[in-house]
Design a protein around this ligand. Structure first.
Ligand SMILES: [Fe+2]
Length: 326
C-alpha cells in the first residue's frame, strides 16, 4: 500500500512514524510518501550523528520512504546525492530505502502515476523574514523554489503523459488554495502560481501537499496533510488519527457522545497515546458543563470542537501562534 503524510522536520515531527496503529501494520511492499520538509538531510556541513541515527532507523523500517523536498532541506547536500532511475522517474538516494523524488518527475508506483514537484517559500527565515544574510547556506537556501528549468521539465513531463496523472505530490499549494487556507498570510510566488496553472491543464485524482502544518481537505480532491498517515486516495475526512497526535487541546470545549446522549464539556487532560489499557487512539478527560466529575472519552467519541474556549486566552493565542510557525 501507499501512504501519504506531512512534514517530518528531521527529528522534530518524525514521531508520527514511530510504532503506532498504522505504521505497525506496514510491510516491505509498502511506501510512505512525505510531502516535503523531510529535514533529515539538513545540516549545512555534513550528515550529523543524529541524522545518521534517524536515517538508519528509517532505512531499517519495513516500508520504503519517499519524499518530495520542502523548504527545509539542505539543498546542496540533497543535490549531491547519487541520482537513480526509479519507477519511471529520477530520485536522489539518501539510503537504499529512503529516496528523494526529484522535481518535475513522474513515477509509476503500483500501477498509479505520481507527478512530484517539491519546494516552497520559507516563512520562518530568509527573504520573508529579512534575515537572509544570517541564514543563507546555513539554514536557508535559494534553491527552496524550483528553477525555471525544473518547472519547464515538469510541464514537459506532464505533457508527455497527456496532462493526466493519478496523484500530484507537492509541498505547497496552488495560489488560490493557499489564499483560501492562509488568508493571504503566505504570499503567492512563482511556484504557487505554476501550480495554479497546472490545476487548469492537468487532470488528477488527488493532490496532496504539506507545508501548512495542518490536516485539512481544501477541496474534496486537494488535501493538506501534516500529522495523519493517510491511505493513498483518501482525504482527511476519512483518514485515521495517529496515536500521539491528538486533535484537541486542553481547555478546548467539545461536543461528545456518551451512549445516545450528546454532551458539552471542557477538556481537562489530553492523553495523546491513549490510556493504560487502550492505545488505539488519543483519549481525553472531559468535565461536562456544570459538573465536577470528569469523564474519560476516546477521540472518536468527540463530535466537534465548539468555538467557546474556557482556558487562558493568552495561552490559546500562543498555542495558535506556535502551531502556525514552520
Ligand atoms: Fe514545514
Amino acid at each position: 500500500m501507499i501512504y501519504i503524510t506531512g512534514d517530518t522536520h528531521g527529528t522534530i515531527d518524525i514521531r508520527k512514524l514511530l510504532d503506532n496503529q498504522i505504521t505497525e501494520k506496514m510491510t516491505k511492499d509498502d511506501y510512505v510518501i512525505i510531502c516535503g520538509d523531510f529535514g533529515l538531510v539538513w545540516n549545512h556541513k555534513k550528515e550529523t550523528r543524529q541524522e545518521k541515527k534517524w536515517l538508519d532507523w528509517l532505512n531499517g523500517r519495513p516500508w520504503t520512504t519517499l519524499f518530495c523536498d520542502g523548504n527545509h532541506e539542505c539543498f546542496p547536500r540533497l543535490n549531491a546525492l547519487p541520482v537513480l532511475s526509479w519507477h519511471g522517474g529520477h530520485v536522489h538516494q539518501v539510503r537504499p530505502k529512503i529516496l528523494h523524488l526529484m522535481r518535475g518527475e513522474i513515477f509509476e508506483i503500483n500501477g498509479e502515476s505520481f507527478f512530484v514537484m517539491g519546494g516552497a517559500s520559507s516563512h520562518d527565515r530568509g527573504p520573508f523574514k529579512g534575515d537572509t544574510h544570517a541564514v543563507i547556506n546555513r539554514s536557508w537556501w535559494p534553491d527552496e523554489l524550483p528553477s525555471d528549468e525544473e518547472l519547464v521539465k515538469g510541464k514537459a513531463n506532464l505533457a508527455s503523459h497527456g496532462n493526466k496523472v493519478d496523484y500530484i505530490i507537492t509541498h505547497c499549494l496552488p495560489s488560490p488554495f493557499q489564499e483560501y487556507l492562509k488568508h493571504g498570510a503566505y504570499p503567492n510566488d512563482r511556484l504557487t502560481d505554476y501550480f495554479a496553472e497546472l490545476t487548469k491543464i492537468v487532470k488528477f485524482r488527488h493532490w496532496y501537499s504539506g507545508h501548512y502544518h495542518c490536516n485539512i481537505d481544501v477541496t474534496p480532491r486537494v488535501t493538506v496533510v501534516f500529522s495523519r498517515i493517510m491511505n493513498l486516495g483518501t482525504n482527511i475526512k476519512n483518514s485515521e488519527t495517529v496515536v500521539g497526535f491528538p486533535k484537541y487541546r486542553k481547555n478546548d470545549t467539545v461536543f461528545f457522545m456518551q451512549g445516545e446522549e450528546t454532551i458539552f464539556g471542557t477538556i481537562k487532560e489530553v492523553m495523546p497515546w491513549g490510556t493504560l489499557v487502550n492505545h488505539q487512539e488519543p483519549f481525553y478527560d472531559i468535565i461536562p458543563l456544570e459538573q465536577t466529575k470528569k469523564i474519560t472519552v476516546r477521540e472518536t467519541e468527540i463530535l466537534e470542537k465548539s468555538m467557546i474556549y474556557t482556558g487562558d486566552p493568552i495561552e490559546a493565542e500562543e498555542a495558535e501562534r506556535l502551531g502556525e510557525e514552520e
